[in-house]
Design a binder for this molecule. Structure first.
Ligand code: TMP
Length: 242
């Protein structure tokens, strides 16, 4: 199968999953594949992707910044996302480019809403305000258990950041919240077992992205830009409960 070639309508793809799921590897492979097919791809990440976002990233992830309570943490992630959306994602999609973002709103709903216990609905609302309701066209969720995620992280030399170093129970709540979001909106999610070989994951992502691109190309002229309206229902504030 060949990829629809550029120019194609812009697309916004997010990769999500627990720490150690392998998102960065898949983001790199997807970017490579799309670029080889002639698309202009903007590979970016959250928190980050803009000068202010990268500063906020250090502030919220590095140890030793003093106390950061849950609401403050949620607001920092949302502030970084507001900048990222308006400065990077929306303009790139408007130019017809493909944005591949390592994390987006789902991470806040899962980590701050469920993990920190702020409530998935409230955190979703905060982020819909911050992004003016911008949701990805496709979210790839790499599902990983807390145990596997931790062992994959500790296999690398990098020290764990503030969120990664939380206990397994925190990461289990996050995993449930991600899965609840995907189950609520299967049409815009691809859920994959992060334990599969990277090449198999890449092939599955490729197949789904091809489908979305083909649909976009077919409707070009009637559908412009990424999905502007988010889910009508939240994942529910019980997403973090057993
Ligand atoms: P990563 O980009 O290396 O995966 O690290 C980002 C960390 O920040 C990760 O532990 C997840 C966390 N995070 C949140 O808690 N909320 C968010 O909204 C985002 C984007 C990330």
């Amino acid at each position: 199968m060949t990829l629809p070639s550029a120019p194609a309508p812009g697309l916004f793809i997010a990769l999500e999953g627990g720490d150690g799921a392998g998102k960065s590897t898949q983001a790199a492979l997807l970017t490579e594949m799309l670029a080889a097919a002639g698309h202009t791809v903007v590979r970016t990440r959250e928190p980050g992707g803009t000068p202010v976002g990268e500063k906020l990233r250090s502030l919220v992830l590095d140890h030793g910044q003093g106390e950061i309570d849950a609401r403050c943490e949620a607001l920092i992630f949302a502030a970084a996302r507001a900048a990222h959306t308006v400065q990077v994602i929306v303009p790139a999609v408007a130019r017809g480019e493909i944005v591949v973002s390592d994390r987006y709103i789902d991470s806040s709903i899962a980590y701050q809403g469920a993990g920190r216990g702020l409530g998935t609905g409230e955190v979703q609302q905060l982020n819909e305000w911050a992004t003016e309701g911008l949701w990805p066209d496709l979210t790839v969720l790499l599902d990983v258990s807390p145990e596997d995620g931790r062992s994959r992280r500790t296999a690398s030399d990098a020290a764990e950041d503030r969120l990664e170093s939380e206990p397994d129970g925190f990461h289990a709540d996050i995993r449930r919240a991600f899965l609840a979001l995907a189950a609520a909106h299967p049409e815009r999610y691809l859920v994959l077992d992060a334990g599969l070989p990277a090449a198999d994951l890449a092939a599955a992502v490729r197949g789904r992205v091809l489908g979305v691109l083909a649909a976009r190309t077919a409707t070009a002229g009637t559908a412009t830009g990424p999905t502007a309206i988010g889910p009508t229902a939240t994942a529910g504030d019980t997403a973090g409960s057993p």
